[in-house]
Design a protein around this ligand. Structure first.
Ligand code: FMN
Ligand code: SF4
Length: 406
């Protein structure tokens, strides 16, 4: 297949992305209990670096050790800084070209109570008695994000992704249902204040104008009053406010938008299309197109892995017209996206980008979208591909046998 578009470099902020294939953040639960990367983490990212994607997103990093969605995730604080500096050093020793972007996250209402009682921006009827952050605590959360962005810069990252997706804390502020009575709720201006303040404080405190700051968003979350709806009780899709937010982010100076979808506690299938839901792929592409048409900054798309080499259930007769690479070329050349985000496919085959760019497509270990890595994630186990890596196949087999015995 002729790959005109995905091999082209492009600029992002003041830096160059060497190709259009981007490895998305995928958490791997292999850190110390304090959130510091381990040798397993280093090896995983060295393997991803050997694939030479345009960008390597470092998985979701918690901005404090009280805001984790599960244990053994990454936490970036002063105590762990040397571990993150070593992570960057180990990646660059393999490959000095890919940009390294740290994804900064605060799980908010999705935090695991094992760390601290979950805290939310506003109370929803599904969990009415959750602790709602005071204005002081909101300001503290803003400071936690900013301090973590400064530490990311100190660790040597090229930039950060300020995660405002999947129902995590920063995303909760944006919801039309956010009815806080202080300056962080109610009007669109108030609901976008957390983003504006956090972003500008990151810029003010990081002394490098070329440091990239982008954001991952869920344009449609599929919950009442969530992103992509027109009001607090609405569930139908209406992208007017989220596209206005994308324009606002661009005006404020953000360097990229990474488009995902869904709300982790309610509908993972919106962000992870599978054979049961192949239409999830064109839906993700449509949301990405809507954001791309609203802004001029680089836009990263998601949801490509299920397409693989065309062996998928999309209602298109010719496999070569519905493969991952066919859609990647189509979407870039039509101006629907700039960069192709690869999640599960990079877990299945960390060398994916290199194989494709070297025209060795026949050597790719295609992700089967079997859901094995997601099952490990949901069970708080270390994560890897349960199809191509025997170590993770065994972990999954043990998990399944423990479940059937229990
Ligand atoms: C095991 C696993 C871990 C993930 N971890 C993260 C994460 O840390 N941050 C994030 O924003 N998305 C995360 N995702 C979502 C992916 O970044 C990506 O959006 C999703 O897998 C869809 O893309 P794909 O079809 O290429 O897999 C994760 C997905 C999987 C399967
Ligand atoms: S475990 Fe399954 S879904 Fe996950 S990367 Fe491997 S093949 Fe893909």
């Amino acid at each position: 297949m002729l790959l005109h578009s995905i091999s082209k470099s492009m600029s992002m902020g003041g830096r160059v992305v060497p190709s259009r294939i981007v490895y998305q953040p995928t958490e791997s639960n292999n850190c110390t209990p304090q959130g510091c990367p381990t040798e397993i983490t280093f090896n995983r990212y060295e393997a991803l670096a050997a694939g030479f994607p345009g960008i390597i997103h470092i998985e979701s990093i918690d901005v404090t050790n009280e805001t984790q969605v599960r244990s053994n995730r990454m936490v970036l604080n002063e105590g762990n800084l040397s571990g993150f500096s070593e992570l960057v050093r180990r990646i660059r020793a393999v490959n000095g070209q890919s940009l390294i972007i740290f994804q900064l996250s605060h799980a908010g209402r999705l935090s695991d109570p094992a760390f601290k009682a979950p805290a939310a921006v506003y109370a929803r009827s599904d969990v009415p008695d959750i602790h709602v952050l005071s204005t002081f605590e909101v300001e503290q959360a803003r400071e936690d994000f900013v301090a973590c962005a400064v530490l990311s810069w100190k660790a040597g990252a090229d930039g950060v992704d300020f995660k405002q997706a999947h129902g995590f804390l920063a995303d909760d502020f944006l919801h039309p249902a956010n009815n806080r009575s202080d300056q962080y709720g109610g009007s669109f201006k108030n609901r976008t204040r957390f983003f504006r303040e956090t972003y500008h404080e990151m810029r003010r405190r990081i002394p490098d104008a070329n440091f990239i700051i982008g954001s991952r968003i869920s344009p449609f979350e599929g919950i009442p009053g969530g992103c992509g709806t027109a009001g607090p009780d609405e569930i139908l899709e209406d992208l007017s406010e989220i596209t206005a937010f994308a324009k606002l982010m661009e005006r404020e100076g953000i360097d990229f938008i990474n488009v995902s979808a869904g709300y982790a506690a309610a509908n993972l299938e919106l962000l992870l299309p599978t054979a049961r839901y192949p239409e999830g792929v064109p839906r993700l592409f449509s949301w990405t197109k809507a954001i791309k048409q609203a802004v001029s900054i680089p836009v990263i798309g998601s949801g490509y892995s299920y397409l693989r080499d065309g062996q998928n259930n999309l209602f298109i007769s010719e496999p070569k017209k519905k493969s991952l690479l066919a859609f990647a070329e189509y979407n870039i050349s039509h101006g629907y996206v700039d960069l192709i985000g690869i999640g599960r496919q990079a877990i299945a085959d960390p060398l994916f980008a290199k194989k494709v760019l070297d025209k060795r497509e026949s050597e790719v270990n295609w992700c089967t979208a079997c859901g094995g890595c997601g099952m490990l994630l949901g069970s708080n186990k270390p994560i890897g591909c349960t199809i191509y890596d025997p170590k993770y196949r065994e972990i999954l087999a043990k998990l399944n046998s423990d479940r059937s015995e229990g």
